[in-house]
Design a protein around this ligand. Sequence first.
Ligand code: HEM
Length: 155
Amino acid sequence: MATKELTYDEVSDHNTKKNLYVVIHDQVYDVSNFVDEHPGGDEVLLDVGGLDATEAFEDVGHSDEAREILSGHLVAKLKRKPGDPIPKVAPPAGTTTTSPDAGFGVGIYALILIGGLVAFFGYRAVWCCEVDADVVMDDRGVSRGFQDMDEVFCF
Ligand code: HEM
């Protein structure tokens, strides 16, 4: 845990490749010696040099490994003052999180699947219904109707 505190103004001075600080979740990181190793390229880090990079960092969905690397570069805690920019994203509650409504998401897919199956078999039951019957003929070979009518469903 960093005990040193830096204001946003102080952090903003560190915005060059050799002297690169970023703020993520109110912690200040010196990523000067990581910028060339960043798998996402140096440009994206330079873009947020001296700034709050929380949103950019979280938008990418960095791995736990990335977060571990990040923690190794911690140099200070941000001393936020009124008027300082506030990131839009909420701090991650741990690392890779499962959203509380994940179950609901799965439920929706199950519902759509069941609905689809019901619609499919309902359609077949109505439209594939055939009449299987014997035609009754009189002596002259004229049809007099049907006997042994069976409804046949083609499931
Ligand atoms: C400052 C701390 C940062 C660290 C320690 C870091 C670390 C990493 C690591 C380890 C990866 C590999 C994939 C993974 O493990 O998630 C990665 C990928 C990436 N990072 Fe970062 N990153 C940082 C900041 C940023 C920022 C601010 C951006 C801005 C957009 C960014 C954009 C990306 C992108 C686009 C990739 C994907 C690269 C690819 O898959 O081709 N990173 N980062």
